[in-house]
Design a protein. Sequence first.
Length: 355
Amino acid sequence: MKNLVILGGGYGGMKILSELLPNHLPSDVSITLIDRVPYHCLKTEYYALAAGTISDKEVRVAFPEHPRLQIKYGEITGIDTKVNQVLMKNADPIVYDDLVIGLGCEDKYHDVPGAAEFTYSIQSIEKARRTYSVLNNLGPGSVVAIVGAGLSGVELASELSESREDLQIKLFDRGKHILSSFPERLSKYVENWFVRNNVEIINESNITKVEEGRLFNHDNPIDCDVIVWTAGIQANQIVRQMDGEKDRLGRLIVTPHHHLPNDEHVFIVGDCASAPHAPSAQLAEGQAEQIVEVLKKRWNGEPLPAAFPTIKLKGVLGSLGKKQGFGVMADRAITGRVARILKSGILWMYKFHNG
């Protein structure tokens, strides 16, 4: 019996499971899924969990069940590709024939002193829960600093401003406009929304140091009750410690078939794989579909395609609280209620198909 081991039950790992189960897994192949928690987490909704506008249960989806699917919970400490083993904390190593690494990403602190120690995060469900606890226990008039005005920072700031109108929210961004990767029209639309909803935007910021209850912008101290970091990501530490060529975010360089150049049995998916696109759930699912095609052909002894078509992303959608949104779909900028409805609909469909 061959053992396919999947590290991480994120969007990529779940897509692989849904493509193979229940009826497309060869009779001589079993699957072992390893994750810290006993459910798939909707990471795209952690901002709302942290803001206190949805419950913990709403970001959880049960893993599938199958006679040849074994789910193990625990902490991965390393991967030994020489002997095909996944090393576990306080548990025996797990042997694989094929391995898919989808461990996601971590915050990147850009060597800012104190940032890792004195800021909160929404990069994992455990961290989002802690951030929820501290934000929702703040007293009236408390100051919340959100460092980074990409998609995560903007969604967190808008959701928090609606759920806690009594807070003073400061959104720090390095660029002249927030959401620098979006069309300028969208950036200005979102900035105007923040002005109307009393969120202070601090453009062209440069956070040089963080202390407990204080951050330094261009070395100028600003007192804050809570600081949330959303200013960049990097590949999971396990991946950054592996041998192999990596990009500036610590993501492993892979072949067109999504495996390591020197090991055709180790595949990388999602935030751990170097790609020309920004990390996203859509990209991870597209990679997962192609990985499954490679696995099926190998298991059947069939030749692999020379290359795969470029993964086409449908677009990006963001929320501004519960009623407004923004995004780009089919290269068209959309704003307002339509964008928010589209995002809610996509989330509902995902839960419906995976729940």
